[in-house]
Design a protein around this ligand. Sequence first.
Ligand SMILES: [Zn+2]
Length: 201
Amino acid sequence: MLSTKSQITTGFLLSLSVALMLFAAAINAGAQGRSAMSEAERVTGDTFTISVRSPKGANIYAVSRPSATMMEAIDKGLTDLFAVARKNGYRKHLNYSDYTVFIAKADRTKNAAGEYSPDIAVGAAQYAGTQYDQGGYIYAAGMVVYFDPSAFVIAEHTKNFNRVSDVVRYEGEHLVLYFNDRRRYEATKDHSKGGGHPILQ
Ligand SMILES: [Zn+2]
């Protein structure tokens, strides 16, 4: 999920935002034996020393101990994801324990308009030269880093936890599609040429 100049201008952060899949580098590296943890560390530059389970059983790794509210927001995002996945006929990979969430340090907590928007800065890759490009990097609200186990990175939040639930649901859409509908996954994984979230209605 990216943060764009248009979002900054309009302030419709979530409605206009799209999620990010920097799939190529991460997944190719994964095939060569990198772990989800090493991928998350490589992408964020953080060290995830805290390991906890959410109340519903999602695996959480974090730079500092997540609040109960943060973990509940993660669970809610997964609950929403599983509901819309079932509505679309998808049955695989719908357990909380199937998902690993890395909570990284936010590289910014406000967007250019001054709105609360904890995001992580990641290499621009296929987004280089697009509206998202901040000069070799982009700001992302969330990013898939691994498939087996399914893992994505989000930024620490201290408020606006609905945004956490949305980011979790949106990043999770890519993973649900990967395991249930590979064709649709391929068609929606890269937002650099358009397309965003929600994918599943
Ligand atoms: Zn996305």
